[in-house]
Design a protein around this ligand. Structure first.
Ligand code: PMP
Length: 425
């Protein structure tokens, strides 16, 4: 039996693997990984935007092994120095005044916590989310996920209404200019709030990740914020994919809507641990402290993950990887646009920083083409490049999101492989 056969026999059918012949990645270095057959790839997906700085970053490896040699676990019952240090740094970076930080072990759990806080604070289980959103896999996170492909149940502990705005170039407002698009979405939100009992919060990704790297025009969430404020509803920014400078222009995705000031709650995960399981939520003390019972996460904030997070964050800031994402991401999207211009199946190439989506359609139509996306993914792999895919209910957007330390030479190399894959598929 191959490893794939054994996987199929023992793992749930709903955990999909990439590629006709799924690969086992055995090691990595920088922006490169190797599979079990020894084939080398340029990694432009970073294990779903999670290898944020680089594979085998020496500082992170050292921090993990040194902390593991001292103590792996003590629990939340005792003081934990690396946790306090990382919380202080995240609080200061968040932009949220009087910030408190709670660590979890995943993005799902971070959003779950944010929803728990917002609904408890507002004494309402009515929430708003964006169409085409993804917020995680738990019962509550699925209840705010507006993407049928990732929503295995319609049952929910929350009442959720979905608003427009996350998808710029599809849907009823797609043809409007930016300012009109924002105005239409705000009108939709106002209308909805007028028909709804007290809304606890709106949860939104500044750039939708799983949804195919789509985003509203800058400023939409600032305009939303003004309406939400009037109704006392909180704003939760899900920065699980957009945080830590990935979008190049900003450290957090919400800053593209900066006129609003920071969100009430911010959730993060993925990149901060560079693969170690760190998630978390930041909120003003007044909101964070609104729970009137005990709550802990046994593994949230565990010393080894926190040591990794600290080393990773220090490296990111000291090497200005946000600036690198802006510069190298700008070059990469330019190259991809030039290569994609001659390919009839390419509908749109969008994104910012190192978060780039290539949307594919059946040539001559506006219909999503998941077959083309699968074929390009496969061809890129053959060429030695790993990318991801996503998008709406029919997965037809290629997702390009390398580690933020990507070099210009690697960007050129990856773009050439992807261009080749696009033209063949
Ligand atoms: N929010 C967003 C925006 C995500 O992209 C994801 C993961 N794809 C999650 C939440 C859930 O994170 P996790 O898989 O760590 O639970």
């Amino acid at each position: 039996m191959t490893l794939y056969d054994r996987h199929r026999a023992v793992a749930p059918d709903w955990t999909a693997l990439y590629y006709k012949d799924p690969i086992e990645i055995t090691h990595g270095e920088g922006r490169r990984v190797w599979d079990a057959d020894g084939k080398r790839y340029l990694d432009f997906f970073g294990g779903i935007l999670t290898t944020m700085t680089a594979h085998a970053l020496p500082e992170v490896t050292r921090a993990v092994s040194e902390q593991a040699a001292r103590i792996v676990h003590s629990s939340t019952l005792y003081l934990n120095r690396p946790m306090v240090e990382l919380a202080e740094r995240v609080a200061a970076l968040s932009g949220i005044p009087d910030a408190r930080v709670f660590f979890t072990s995943s993005g799902t759990e971070a959003n779950d916590t944010a929803l728990l806080l917002a609904t408890a604070y507002r004494r309402s289980s009515q929430v708003l989310a964006m169409r085409n959103s993804y917020h995680g896999r738990s019962f509550s996170a699925v209840g705010v996920t507006g993407n049928r492909a990732w929503s295995p149940t319609g049952l929910s502990p929350l009442q959720t209404l979905y608003v427009h705005g996350g998808v710029r170039t599809r849907g009823p407002f797609a043809r409007l200019r930016d300012a009109e698009f924002i105005a239409a979405c705000v009108e939709d939100l106002e209308d909805l709030l007028g028909h709804t009992h007290d809304v606890a919060a709106l949860i939104a990704e500044p750039v939708q990740g799983v949804g195919g790297f789509t985003s509203p025009p800058d400023g939409l969430f600032a305009a939303f914020r003004e309406v939400l404020d009037r109704h006392g509803a909180l704003w939760i920014s899900d920065e699980v994919q957009t945080g830590w400078g990935r979008t190049g222009d900003h450290f957090w995705g919400w800053q593209a809507h900066a006129a609003s000031g920071p969100p009430d709650l911010l959730t993060f995960a993925k990149g901060i641990g560079n693969g170690m399981s760190i998630g978390g939520v930041v909120a003003r003390a007044e909101i964070m402290n609104s729970l009137d019972a005990n709550s802990i996460s046994t593994f949230g904030g565990s010393p080894v993950t926190m040591a990794a997070g600290l080393a990773n964050l220090t490296h990111l800031l000291e090497h200005d990887l946000q600036g690198n994402a802006r510069r190298v991401g700008g070059l990469l999207i330019e190259r991809l646009r030039a290569l994609g211009a001659g390919v009839p199946a390419v509908r749109e190439i969008r994104g910012r920083g190192l978060m780039i989506g290539v949307e594919l359609v059946r040539p001559g139509t506006d219909d999503a083409c998941p077959e083309a996306a699968a074929a390009v993914l496969e061809a890129a792999r053959e060429g030695g490049l790993l990318i991801g895919k996503g998008g709406g209910h029919r997965t037809s957007v290629l997702r390009v999101a390398p580690p933020l330390s990507l070099t210009v030479a690697e960007a050129e190399e990856g773009a050439a492989i992807l261009g080749e894959a696009l033209s063949h598929a």
